[in-house]
Design a protein around this ligand. Structure first.
Ligand SMILES: C[S@@+](CC[C@H](N)C(=O)[O-])C[C@H]1O[C@@H](n2cnc3c(N)ncnc32)[C@H](O)[C@@H]1O
Length: 264
């Protein structure tokens, strides 16, 4: 039997539901703003790769109308509620062709950065496009330090920084590429896409807000791995406290949106 890909956050983990809830609360507003820039989606055929809990696939399904359709594919789709215009496919996208197609829009958010086979998967995403179709990626730049703008004290700021470094090292050890967000533009051009553009932005988050809740849920999801990476049980208790402290303010990772079209 083939080994399962070493994706850092397994959707079978009991904390995955919380993780994806907080992740989508943080990222859906800028993602929806970006996808809205594609114009009227009525009648479009869309694929969301690594759809997670399906919030973006369902947002698309609400907009494609009776003539459109959406496919959500994930290694382990997580409780995606049914929708009349949405098909959910359980599949490892590194293992072969993407389901269905051709598509007018192929989207992936925070998926390719995790996959060592990201270039092959990007090639398949581009290959699944109908002429004139668009690939859109949303990726965090995790080479950007998680900047602590304010904290209750220096020890709390240092702890947040240390925990983020441990998390990034863990992701890297599992095959993630922290710099993929700003390497994807060239990769899209190499994949034959045209009119490639990149836009990016970030904002601040206070202790207790969704971005901090995401990090809090990560400390539960990855307790064993973070402890293995040098954080003590006491560090984790202190970290969980500071992530809920309104005196903490973090600058989140920049979110990159990279898009390119298949020529007509
Ligand atoms: C960080 S989550 C992002 C989920 C969703 N795209 C979002 O932004 O809300 C990454 C998702 O990619 C999926 N994934 C990881 N490796 C995969 C693979 N080889 N094939 C298909 N899906 C995969 C995971 O199961 C997870 O749902």
């Amino acid at each position: 039997m083939a080994a399962e890909p070493a994706y850092t956050w397994d959707n079978a983990n009991p904390h995955a539901t919380d993780q994806l809830r907080h992740l989508t609360a943080v990222l859906d507003p800028p993602t929806v703003a970006g996808l809205s820039g594609l114009g009227d989606l009525a009648g479009r055929r869309c694929l969301d790769v690594g759809a997670g809990n399906g919030t973006i696939a369902r947002w698309l399904a609400d907009r494609v109308g009776p003539e459109g359709r959406v496919t959500a594919v994930d290694l382990k789709p997580l409780d995606i509620p049914p929708h009349p215009r949405l098909r959910v496919v359980t599949q490892d996208v590194t293992a072969g062709d993407l389901p269905g197609g051709p598509y007018d829009l192929v989207h992936a958010r925070l998926v390719l950065m995790h996959l060592p086979e990201r270039l092959e998967v990007l090639g398949r995403m581009a290959g699944a496009l109908a002429p004139g179709g668009t690939v859109v990626l949303h990726e965090w730049d995790c080479t950007h330090p998680l900047r602590v703008l304010t904290a209750p004290d220096q020890a709390a700021a240092d702890l947040v920084t240390r925990a983020n470094e441990a998390l990034c090292a863990l992701m890297t050890s599992r095959g993630a590429r922290l710099s993929w967000s700003y390497e994807a533009h060239a990769a899209m051009e190499d994949a034959g896409l045209t009119g490639v553009t990149t836009a990016f932005g970030a904002r601040s988050w206070r202790g207790g807000s969704e971005f901090c809740l995401l990090h809090l849920s990560n400390t539960h999801h990855l307790t064993e791995q973070l402890t293995g990476a040098g954080l003590t049980a006491e560090d984790l208790v202190a970290l969980r406290e500071v992530l809920m402290d309104p005196r903490l303010v973090l600058a989140g990772y920049p979110l990159y949106r990279i898009s390119g079209r298949r020529p007509d």
